[in-house]
Design a protein around this ligand. Sequence first.
Ligand SMILES: Cc1cc2nc3c(=O)[nH]c(=O)nc-3n(C[C@H](O)[C@H](O)[C@H](O)COP(=O)(O)OP(=O)(O)OC[C@H]3O[C@@H](n4cnc5c(N)ncnc54)[C@H](O)[C@@H]3O)c2cc1C
Length: 403
Amino acid sequence: MTQIRKVVILGAGVAGAILARRLSALPGLDVTCLERVAPDDHSEAGTGLNVGPNAIKALHACDPALARDVIRQSLPWQRWRTSLADGTVLFDLPLDRVADNDGIRIRWSELYRILRSGAGPAIRYGCEVTRIGPDAADPHRTSVAWTERGQEHTIDGIDLLIGADGRYSATRASFSGQPEPRHIGVAILRVLVEDRSGGLVDDYEQWFNRHHRLLAFRVPPHHIYIAGTYPIAAGMAIPDEWKTPEGMRHAFLPDGREASPAVRWLVEAMCDQATDVHWARMQESEVRFAEPVRQVLYLGDSAHGMAPTLGQGATQAMEDASCVAMLIEAALREGQNDVREWLREIDAVRRERIQFAMELSIRATDTLLQGADPVAGARWKTEAPFIDDLSRLFRDVALGPVA
Ligand SMILES: Cc1cc2nc3c(=O)[nH]c(=O)nc-3n(C[C@H](O)[C@H](O)[C@H](O)COP(=O)(O)OP(=O)(O)OC[C@H]3O[C@@H](n4cnc5c(N)ncnc54)[C@H](O)[C@@H]3O)c2cc1C
C-alpha cells in the first residue's frame, strides 16, 4: 500500500498558491495550505508587478491552464526602454530578442486573486499559526499548530513542511533564524495610480535623472505602476524630505532641461499620491532552500530575498513553485518517496539558478548607486555579455530533469 505523505504549506502568496493547487491534485500526498489573511484580503499587495518571461515559461510547463488564466488577465511585457528624464532614448530592447515568450504586467492583488482562486479549497484562510517546530517523536519531521475561526488545530509528523511565507518567514526563523538582510544602498518608492496619462505610459520604461531612476508601466484595468529610486547609505533612515512632493520633483525632474511629457505626468501623479507611497530599502539575503536535518523546504522570498532591479522576486517565486511541483510529481510517479532525496534534488536544480538571478540583479543595479552615470550604465546593457545574460535569465528556466 502506498504511504500517504503529509505536506503542509505555510503561506498562499505567489509560490504557495501555485504549489497548493498542483500538489493537492497529486495522489500520495495529503496537502494542507495555511494562509494568514482572509480570502479577499490583498491589502499587502497594493502595487503592480512586471513578471519576467521566465516565470511564464515555467508556469506554462507546470500548469498550462493556470498560465493561460494569468496571461488572460494581464498585459504583455514586450519591451524594455531606458531613457533620460528629458526623453532621450538610451536603449529600447524588444524582449523577443532575449526571451521565448512575453512577460506580463499585472496588479499584485490580481495575481494573488487568480493564483489563490486556482487553488480553490486547497487553501485554508484566516489561519493564525501559533507554533512551528520539530516533531517530538521524529528527528526529520515537523509539527505546526494554528488557530482557525476560534478553533485550535495541530498537525504532527509532517513529512514535508514548505515555508512559502514570504520575506519575513516565520518558518525559516523557527528552524535557522531570520536571515540577515544585505542592504544594497538604494531606497525605492512604489505607488499605483489611476491612468489619466492619455497614453503617455504603456509598456515597461525607465527614465534616469542622474542616479535617480523612475520606472513605470500600465497594468489592467486602468492603472499605472510607478517606482522611483534614491541612493542611500546602509543603515540610514529614509529622510522625510524625500517623501514630500518637492523632494520627489527634485529627484526625478531634470535641472535646466525640460522633462519629457511622460516624466512630467508621472512625477505629478506620484506627488498627488505622496501619502500612499510605499517606501522600502533594496536588500537581498542568503539563499537557503532546505534544512540539513528536518524535512523543511523554503520557496520564493523565504528562500532568497532578491534585489528588485530586474523584477525577479515574484518571477523566481513562480519558477521555484513550478519547478518543485514538477519534481515532486515526477518523483511520486517513479515511486521515489524519500522526501530528503526530493529536497536534495530541489536544491541541486534551483541553487545555481537563483544565485545567477541574484548576481545579475545586483550587477544591473549599478545605475541606481550614488553618483552613477546613467548613460555609461545603459551602454554596457546593450552589449553582448549583458544581453546574453538576460537571455539566459529569461530563457533558461531551471525546472530540473523533468523539463
Ligand atoms: C512594492 C513591491 C513591488 C514589487 N514588484 C515586483 C515586480 O515588479 N516583479 C517581481 O517579480 N517581484 C516584485 N516584488 C517582489 C514580489 O512581490 C515578491 O518577491 C513575491 O511576492 C514573493 O512571493 P512569495 O510567494 O515568496 O511570498 P509572498 O507573495 O509574499 O507570499 C507570502 C504569503 O505568506 C503569507 N504568510 C506570511 N506569514 C504567514 C504565516 N505566519 N502564516 C500563514 N501565512 C503567512 C502572506 O500573507 C502571503 O500570502 C515586489 C515587492 C514589493 C514589496
